[in-house]
Design a protein around this ligand. Sequence first.
Ligand code: AMP
Length: 475
Amino acid sequence: MTSFAELGLSQPTLEALADVGYHEPSPIQEQAIPHLLQGLDVIGQAQTGSGKTAAFGLPLIDYVDPTEHEVQALVLTPTRELCIQVTQALRSYGVRKGVDVVAVFGGAPIRSQQAQLRAGGHVVVGTVGRVKDLISRHSLMLHSCRFVVLDEADEMLDLGFLEDVERIMALTPSSRQTALFSATMPPEIRRLADQYLYNPVVVQVKAATLTVDTVAQFGLQVASKDKVAALLEVLSAERPRQAIVFCRTKIRCEQLYRTLRDNGMNVKALHGDMTQGARDGVMIGFKEGRTPILVATDVAARGLDISAVSHVINFDMPNSPDIYVHRIGRTGRVGRSGRAITFYEARQQRDVEAIEAHSGVRLTPWSKDAQGDAEPARPRPKRHSKPHDAERDGGEPQLRKLIIAGGRAEGVEPRDVVRALTAPTQLDGEAVRNVVVLEHYAFAEIPAQDADHVLQAASGVELHGRPLRLELVRA
Ligand code: AMP
C-alpha cells in the first residue's frame, strides 16, 4: 500500500491529513492524486464513499498559492448538500496552508456570499446555478481559475445543469487543469469530457461493490404493523453509534420520526418537505455526531456522506437493488465496517432475492441475540459548533407547489420538469425543488415570489411534444 507521502503531497497537506485522521489513501486517491499533482486532466469514475473528495481535494489544496488573492480553483457540485460537504472537507485539508474556501449555493442570501468572495477566497465550491448567478453579477471572476473540478457530473446532467456547466467552463482559462468525477458515464458526460478535458487519464473504482463488502447485511421479516416495535428492538439490541433509518415516503419518514421522538430517542428527520435551512441544520448536526439517529427518505439523503454511520436500517424496502446498494453504501466507509438491517414483509421475499442477486451477498436473518461485533453506544462529546452560513442567514424562501400534467407514462423525467420551468423563465435550476414524477403527474416546488411569473411563462411550452399544463397546488 502506497502512503500519502509517496503520492507526492506537500508537507502541510500531509500534516492536515494526520489531523483529519486519514492514514492511508483509498484506491481512488492512490490512482488519481499522482496524475493530478503532475498537472494532468483526470476523469474519475467513483461514487460517494470512495474518498473521491480527497482524491481531487488534496491536489487542489496543494495547487493553490495562498499568497495570491484570486480565485484559483473552482469545484462545481449539483446540490447544496454536496457543496457543503465538499467545502467542509476542503477547509479541513487546507487549514494548515491557510487556504480560504468559500461555499456558494442557492437558497441562501447571495449578499453574504458576495461579501465572502470580496473578502478573498482562493477556492470556490459552488452549485451550478449560484455560480452562474454570481458570475453574471461580476462577484465571481474566473480568469485566474486554473483548477476546475466537476463533481458528480452525472447528477448535474440529471438535474439539467449541463449547459450551464459548459458556460461556466468557457469562462475559465483554456490552460486550466480539469478533473471530472462521475459515478456513471452516460454519453452526454463523455461528450462533455471530450470537449473540456485535455488528454485525460481515466481512473476508476467500483465503490458500490467495495463498500458493500465491508457491510454485514441482515434481513428481518416483519409484518407492516409490527415494524415500529421491531425497529425499537433492533435499536436497543444493536445500540448503533450512528444510524440512518430509511423510509419510502416523506409522510412515513415524518411519522416514524415522531414515534421515535415520543419514545424518548435523540432522533432527527430529513425529508423534502422540510425547508432547506432545516435540512442543512439536520445534516450538519448528524455529520458532527450530535444526532445518533436520522430518519430519512432516499431523495433527501442522496449523496450524503456520513463516514461515522455504523448502521443503516431499511425500515421500508428500497424500490430497487440499486437504491439498496446506494443506501447501505453510507456505512462501512473507507476502512470502517458497518451493519445494514433490511425489514421486509412476507410478500417482499422476491425483492430480497433481487437485492441478493444484485449485490452478490445473502442477507443473514437478524436476531437480537446475534449481535456479536456491534459497537456499543458511546455518549458523544457535546460540541459547540458554529452555525453554518445557511442557518445563520436563515433567509429561506417560501415555496409554492406546482402540479404538472404529464408523468412517467408520458416519458417525463425530473430533469424535463426542471428544464420546462427554467428555460422560458428567469428561474434558476436550483430554485426548483422537490421534483417528484408520478405516473401521470409531476410536482415541483418553486419560490413563492416566482410563482406567478413561472405560471405565465412556462404554460404552453413544450414538454415531451405536448404543451405544458401546470397549476399551483393550493396550500
Ligand atoms: P467521499 O467519497 O469523498 O465522500 O469520502 C467518504 C468518506 O471517507 C469521508 O467521510 C472522508 O472523510 C473519508 N475518507 C476519505 N479518504 C479517506 C482515507 N484515506 N482514510 C480514511 N477516511 C477517508
